[in-house]
Ligand binder design. Structure first.
Ligand SMILES: Cc1cc2nc3c(=O)[nH]c(=O)nc-3n(C[C@H](O)[C@H](O)[C@H](O)COP(=O)(O)O)c2cc1C
Length: 153
């Protein structure tokens, strides 16, 4: 059964990683888009994001995400934003029933790896099976990713 590859990306790096994962695993890609995009200015975006994360805000998404299809395995990807996943990912986790599904987190980051993201997935998805994920920087290597997926799936 095809995995689902769900992701949010602000500046395109996590999108590239999601596309590579979908290519290697033959997965179905689904991008999470907030109805109100974050500012193009990095500094303004950081302020917006900090406020949302502090409040645990779930921004409304463009598309309905309730249906998971038949996928048992869901890759979920986000940039590391202030040590956690981006708020649109929280919106996804709170609207979709991921009980008994296997979640494989992935993220891209600027040096902080997953930060607290794995703990945050465990807190949000208590009834899911959460596997070790992969955290990569923008200059990751496709073969390294492929080897990781081959030995972890
Ligand atoms: C609002 C904001 C907050 C960020 N916070 C962190 C952080 O806490 N730790 C880190 O390593 N990188 C941080 N970054 C860098 C991003 O995680 C990194 O550039 C990522 O690869 C961007 O992915 P994207 O192109 O899919 O948006 C932050 C970037 C932004 C815009």
């Amino acid at each position: 059964m095809k995995p689902l590859v769900v992701y949010y990306s602000y500046s395109g790096i996590t999108r590239r990683l999601a596309e590579d994962i979908a290519l290697i695993t033959d997965g179905d890609l689904r991008e999470l888009k907030p109805q109100k995009p974050y500012s193009f200015s990095y500094h303004t975006a950081i302020k917006e994001v900090r406020k949302e994360i502090e409040r645990g805000y779930c921004p409304p998404l463009m598309e309905r995400t309730e249906s998971m299809g038949d996928s048992e395995v869901v890759f979920i990807g986000s940039p590391n934003w202030l040590k956690t996943f981006a708020p649109p990912v929280l919106s996804f986790l709170r609207t979709v029933d991921l009980s008994n599904k296997t979640i494989i987190p992935f993220c891209t980051h600027g040096g902080g790896g997953f930060g607290n993201m794995m703990e945050d997935y465990k807190r949000e998805c208590k009834n899911s099976i959460i596997k070790d994920g992969i955290a990569l920087k923008a200059d990751y290597n496709f073969d390294e990713l492929k080897n990781w997926l081959d030995s972890n799936l």
